[in-house]
Design a protein around this ligand. Structure first.
Ligand code: CAA
Length: 263
C-alpha cells in the first residue's frame, strides 16, 4: 500500500525541541568527534567517561570550547551497573530524558589466547560488553515509555572478521551486534531503534598502540588506502541517531574503507 505523508506515523519531538544525547567513551578517540557532530544536529550532548582521566578531561574541554554550552561532561564507569544507573538518573533529572544513547566506550587488551590472562579477558568484557548492557538497561524503559529512542552501539570490523591477538575484543564486539539485534526486536514497536556501527582501523590512540609493523600491514590491506578518521565514524552515528532514521533498526553499518566487504 502506498503510504502518504499524512498516513505515515509522525515522529514525536519532545516539547523542548532539542534531543538529549548521551555518549559513553565521550572523551575517547572516536567519542569526542561523535559528541561534536551530534551538537551539529542540535542535540544537547552529555559526554560520559571515567572521572580518573582528569588530564584528558581538561584537553576535552579545550577541544570542545566552541560548543561548550551544548556538550557537558558526566563521570561514570560503564563497567559498573550502579554507576550507570546513577548517571542516567542524574541526566534525566537535569534534562528530563535521554533520547539518544551512543555506546562508544571500549578498551583493548590484546594478547594471543595462549598468553591471555583471565584478567585481560574479564576487564575487556566488563567494559566492552557489560558496559553496553549496563547503559541500555538503564535507558530503555524511559525511551520505550516516551515512544522515542536511538541507540547506537559501536562494534568493530574485528567483531566481524576476528583478529589475531583479539579473542576477547572480537568476542565482545560480535556480542555487541547480537545484543543490538535482540534489543532492536524488543523495542521496534515503541519507536526505539538499536543499531551498530562497525569501524575499521581508525586514526585513534587505540590503533596507534598496535606495533608499527602490524599497523603498516593493516593499512596496506585497506582499499581506501588510509586509516579511518573519527569523523568518518561520527557521521554514521549521527545518521542513525536522526529522528528520520526510524526505519533502520537491528542493522550494522560497516565504516572500514573497504577493509572487509560483505553482503
Ligand atoms: N597474524 C598472524 N600471525 C601473527 C600475528 C598476526 N597478526 N601476530 C603474531 N603472529 C605470529 C608471529 O609471527 C609468531 O609466529 P611464530 O611463533 O611462528 O614465530 C607468533 O604468531 C607469535 O605469537 P604470540 O602469541 O607470541 O604473539 P605476540 O605476542 O608476538 O603478538 C599481539 C600478539 C601483540 C596481540 C599481536 O598479534 C598484535 O599486535 N596483533 C594485532 C592486534 C590488533 O590488530 N589489534 C587491534 C587494536 S585496534 C582495535 O581493535 C580497533 C578496532 O576496532 C579495529
Amino acid at each position: 500500500m502506498n503510504q502518504t505523508a499524512a498516513s505515515r506515523p509522525a515522529v514525536e519531538k519532545p516539547a523542548v525541541g532539542r534531543r538529549v544525547a548521551l555518549v559513553t567513551g565521550g572523551i575517547g578517540g572516536i567519542g569526542t568527534e561523535i559528541c561534536r557532530q551530534l551538537t551539529q544536529t542540535d542535540c544537547k550532548v552529555v559526554a560520559v567517561d571515567l572521572a580518573a582521566r582528569s588530564e584528558r578531561i581538561a584537553a576535552f574541554r579545550d577541544e570542545i570550547a566552541s560548543s561548550h554550552d551544548a556538550i557537558t561532561f558526566e563521570p561514570a564507569d560503564v563497567s559498573d551497573f550502579d554507576s550507570c544507573q546513577q548517571l542516567v538518573a542524574r541526566i534525566e533529572q537535569q534534562h528530563g530524558r535521554v533520547d539518544i544513547l551512543v555506546n562508544a566506550a571500549g578498551i583493548t587488551r590484546d594478547a594471543s589466547l595462549r598468553k591471555m590472562t583471565p584478567q585481560q579477558w574479564h576487564e575487556l568484557m566488563r567494559v566492552n560488553l557489560d558496559g553496553v548492557f549496563n547503559m541500555c538497561r538503564n535507558v530503555v524503559e524511559g525511551m520505550t515509555a516516551r515512544g522515542f529512542g536511538r541507540i547506537v552501539n559501536i562494534s568493530s570490523v574485528n567483531g566481524q572478521t576476528g583478529q589475531f591477538g583479539q579473542t576477547n575484543y572480537s568476542a565482545a564486539k560480535a556480542g555487541v551486534h547480537g545484543f543490538s539485534m535482540a534489543l532492536a526486536r524488543e523495542t521496534a514497536r515503541k519507536g526505539v531503534t538499536v543499531n551498530t556501527v562497525s569501524p575499521g582501523y581508525c586514526d585513534t590512540p587505540m590503533v596507534a598502540a598496535v606495533s608499527a609493523e602490524i599497523r603498516a600491514q593493516i593499512i596496506a590491506d585497506i582499499p581506501v588506502g588510509r586509516l579511518g578518521s573519527p569523523a568518518d565514524i561520527a557521521r554514521t552515528v549521527a545518521f542513525l541517531a536522526a529522528d528520520d532514521a526510524g526505519y533502520i533498526t537491528g542493522a550494522n553499518l560497516p565504516v572500514n574503507g573497504g577493509y572487509f566487504m560483505s553482503f
